[in-house]
Design a protein around this ligand. Structure first.
Ligand code: HPA
Length: 249
């Protein structure tokens, strides 16, 4: 199994809490200096190795604002992850980012609060100010986009992901504000995951899966039922994309 692919980690979000297609080679429940991480499966798919972690825990029990992002990213690094593909269910704000669209954002704005958002907490842990003007790893994003293009996939190439605190969805006025701020997508799990990965030197990119129009942008109310219906369809696409990715590593 290729070393390259073994260093690939997929972080699954809502609707992607397990990965039955993976042949499980090993699994880990790691205690880190920051507490227990979500479980990790080392799996095999098409002859390639892959680490898989459902960020909300195996049965989607942990809401976005209570995820132990530090433990999760630490544990992935401990297991040898070099590149992380983070799958994020999101609401669409930009007109061409409607339900069913897959997007690889290139920017984000963090609206979260009260989350443990750094490994550099001072004293023994030190102080550092990581460079973050490009929050996603450009080379890794370009690899993903090249694979999408080569295979004729219509993946959104860039966009600004707003990360809100949740767990509630946003008001129509909040979405208008996010739009004015330049946001194209809105989700609850993009941060601090991305910056923690940067702090540990992991190449990190997001595959955003649009599962609803953001609050106030559609005549239909957002219901859990329609969101999960869209997720079920979209996760099939996400898994097809991961299979293409593994085949090309
Ligand atoms: N807002 C925030 N997070 C989300 C949404 C949304 O509309 N849809 C899926 N995750």
């Amino acid at each position: 199994m290729g070393i390259d692919s073994a260093s690939l980690a997929v972080v699954g979000g809502s609707g992607f809490d397990d990965y039955p297609e993976l042949n499980c080679l090993d699994s880990f429940e790691l205690d880190t200096p920051f507490g227990r991480a979500a479980p990790i499966t080392l799996g095999e798919l098409g002859g390639k190795a892959l680490l898989f972690m459902p960020r909300h825990g195996p049965e989607h029990k942990v809401p976005p604002h209570l995820i132990n992002y530090r433990a999760n990213i630490w544990a992935l690094r401990e297991q040898g992850a070099g590149r992380v593909l983070a799958v994020n269910a999101v609401g669409g704000i930009r007109a061409d980012f409607g339900p069913g669209r897959l997007v690889i954002p290139d920017q984000l704005i963090d609206y979260t609060y009260g989350r443990d958002h750094t490994f550099f907490t001072g004293a023994g842990a030190g102080v550092a100010h990581v460079e973050f003007d490009q929050p996603y790893d450009e080379a890794w994003r370009n690899t993903l986009l090249a694979i999408a293009r080569r295979n004729g996939w219509d993946v959104g190439e860039g966009g600004v992901l707003a990360c809100t605190q949740g767990p509630r969805l946003e008001t129509a006025a909040e979405i208008r504000r996010l739009k004015n701020d330049g946001c194209d997508l809105v989700g609850m799990t993009g941060m601090p995951e991305a910056v923690l990965a940067r702090e540990l030197g992991l190449a990190y990119a997001s595959l955003a899966v649009v599962v609803n129009w953001a609050g106030g942008l559609s005549a239909q109310p957002i219901t859990l039922e329609t969101v999960f219906q869209q997720l079920r369809t979209s996760i099939i696409d996400v898994k097809r994309f991961i299979a293409l990715l593994l085949a090309s590593l």
